[in-house]
Design a protein around this ligand. Structure first.
Ligand SMILES: [Cu+2]
Length: 445
C-alpha cells in the first residue's frame, strides 16, 4: 500500500539519508572522543543516547513534513483540515515531549551526581591558572611546579619567527612540565586561578572546569589507560589564552611511584616522567604527608645546578626522603630556601633560563622588548641599569601589563633573573642578587 509511486520511495529514501548522514558524521570522527576516564565513558554514552534520540525525532518529524508536502499538498487537491481544541491531540503532544525529557533527565542526573562525588580520592592535585600557565600542586606530596607552553611552540609562535608551525611537534599543544597522574586511581582536582578566570579542559577526560580567582572548584578523574592527554585553557583569559595548553601524562601506578620518588628527592627540579629511569632513583621513599598549606621546598636550589638528582641505583640506599622539616619555613609564597646563595655563574645560568621561560615572551630573548606590544627593552632600560631596589620592586609588584612576579617565582629564581637582567644585554647595572635580598625586599612592604 505504501510503495505505490516513486514519490513514496523518494520520501523513504530521504528519511534513510537523514539517518545515514548521522551515521557518517560518527564515522568521520566528527563525534566527541570516547575518552579514557569512567566519566568520559558515561558522558559519551549519554551523548550517544541523546544523539540517537534526536535522530529518531528528526526522522519522524521530517518524514511527516515530507509526506504532507508531497502527498497532501494543495496542488494535488487536498484541503487543510480546520479544527480547534482537539483534546486528544493536545494530550499527545504534551505527553510525548514530557516522556522524552524525563528519559533524558534521569540518566543525565545520574551522571551528574557521579561527577560531583569527589569523596575518598586516592590523590589530590590543586590546579591554579595564571596568565598564562598552570601550576600543579601535589598537596599531599609537598611539591608544586609550573607548566608552560613548550619552548619550541613558544619560539614558533613569535611574530616573524620564520619557523613553520607544522614542523613543531604538537604545536601549541605541548608544555615543558606536564601534570603526571597514576592510572586507575581516583584523583581529586581542586581548581582555582590566581588572576583572571581560566578553565582547565582535557577532552579525553570529559573534564572541563572553570578556574576562578577566590573560588576552589572541584572534580575528579580516574584515567584508565597510560598515555599523554592534551587540552587547554577554555576561558578567554587574555592575550596568551591560546598559549597555555594542558598536558597530562598518565602512568601505571608503579611508574608514577618512581616519578613521585624522583620528584621528592629532586628538591624542586621537575623530573620528566618519560626520561625517568627506574635504576636512577632507587625505590620509592617512605614519606609522611605534611600539612597542606605549604608549597615547594627549596625549588630552585637544585634547579640552579640543572642536575637531575643522582641517587644510587636499586640495592643501594634509597633516595633521600623529602621531609617537611627540611622544607624550612612553611609559607605560601616563599618557595626558595633563603639560605641558598648564588654564585655569579650559577645565578646567570639560572637567570637566563628563568628569563627565557617567563620574560622572553614579552621582553624577547634578545632583551629588546616589543614596541608594538608596549613592552620596553631590558637592554639599556633604566631599571636594569639603575638602583637595584627599584628594579627588584618592579619585578616583584609588576606595573600595567608587566605581571607581578613576587608570588609566581621563587625568591631564588627572582634573584637569578634580576641578576641576569643587570649583567646581560649590554646592561651595566651589575650586582649579584641573593634570595635573601628578595625575601628582605618582600618583607619591607
Ligand atoms: Cu587561561
Amino acid at each position: 500500500m505504501l510503495l505505490k509511486n516513486p514519490k513514496q520511495i523518494l520520501c523513504i529514501a530521504l528519511a534513510v539519508t537523514l539517518a545515514a548522514l548521522s551515521g557518517s558524521a560518527l564515522a568521520m570522527d566528527l563525534n566527541m572522543p570516547v575518552g579514557v576516564t569512567p566519566m568520559s565513558h558515561d558522558v559519551y554514552d549519554l551523548h550517544m543516547y541523546a544523539f540517537w534520540m534526536c535522530v529518531g525525532i528528526g526522522v519522524v518529524v521530517f518524514s511527516l513534513i515530507i509526506i504532507s508536502m508531497i502527498w497532501h499538498r494543495k496542488a494535488a487537491g487536498h484541503k487543510a483540515a480546520q479544527f480547534h481544541e482537539n483534546t486528544l491531540l493536545e494530550v499527545i503532544w504534551t505527553i510525548i515531549p514530557f516522556i522524552i525529557l524525563i528519559a533524558l533527565a534521569i540518566p543525565a542526573a545520574r551522571v551528574l551526581v557521579k561527577m560531583t562525588n569527589t569523596s575518598d580520592p586516592d590523590l589530590t592535585i590543586k590546579i591554579e591558572g595564571y596568565q598564562w600557565k598552570w601550576q600543579y600542586d601535589y598537596l599531599q606530596q609537598g611539591f608544586s611546579y609550573f607548566s608552560m607552553l613548550a619552548a619550541d611552540s613558544n619560539a614558533a609562535r613569535q611574530l616573524d619567527s620564520k619557523i613553520n608551525p607544522f614542523s613543531v611537534p604538537h604545536y601549541l599543544r605541548d608544555v615543558d612540565h606536564p601534570m603526571v597522574v597514576p592510572t586507575g586511581k581516583k584523583i581529586r582536582l581542586l581548581i582555582t586561578a590566581n588572576d583572571v578566570i581560566h578553565s582547565w579542559y582535557v577532552p579525553d577526560f570529559a573534564f572541563k572546569m572553570d578556574a576562578i580567582p577566590g573560588f576552589v572548584n572541584q572534580g575528579w578523574i580516574e584515567v584508565d589507560q597510560p598515555g599523554t592527554y592534551r587540552g587547554g585553557c577554555t576561558e578567554l583569559c587574555g592575550r596568551g589564552h591560546a598559549f597555555m595548553p594542558v598536558v597530562v601524562v598518565a602512568e601505571s601506578p608503579a611508574d608514577y611511584q618512581k616519578w613521585l620518588a624522583a620528584m621528592r628527592a629532586s628538591n624542586g627540579v621537575y623530573i620528566n616522567p618519560h626520561t625517568l629511569q627506574a635504576e636512577n632513583y632507587g625505590s620509592p621513599v617512605a614519606y609522611a604527608p605534611p600539612q597542606l598549606n605549604f608549597v615547594t621546598p627549596s625549588m630552585p636550589a637544585a634547579a640552579a645546578t640543572g642536575a637531575v638528582p643522582s641517587t644510587p641505583g636499586p640495592g643501594a640506599a634509597a633516595a633521600p626522603a623529602f621531609t617537611p622539616a627540611a622544607a624550612g619555613p612553611v609559607t605560601k609564597a616563599a618557595t626558595a630556601a633563603p639560605e641558598k646563595t648564588w654564585t655569579m655563574a650559577s645565578a646567570m645560568a639560572r637567570g637566563k633560563k628563568v628569563f627565557d621561560d617567563n620574560c622572553a615572551a614579552c621582553h624577547m630573548s634578545d632583551g629588546k622588548g616589543n614596541a608594538a606590544m608596549g613592552v620596553p627593552a631590558i637592554a639599556g632600560g633604566p631599571l636594569p641599569n639603575g638602583p637595584l631596589a627599584a628594579h627588584i620592586s618592579l619585578v616583584l609588584h609588576g606595573k600595567g601589563i608587566m605581571p607581578a612576579w613576587g608570588n609566581a617565582l621563587s625568591d631564588a629564581d627572582l634573584a637569578a633573573v634580576i641578576t641576569f637582567e643587570r649583567n646581560s644585554f649590554g646592561n651595566h647595572g651589575g650586582g649579584l642578587v641573593q634570595p635573601a635580598d628578595i625575601a628582605r625586599a618582600k618583607t619591607a612592604h
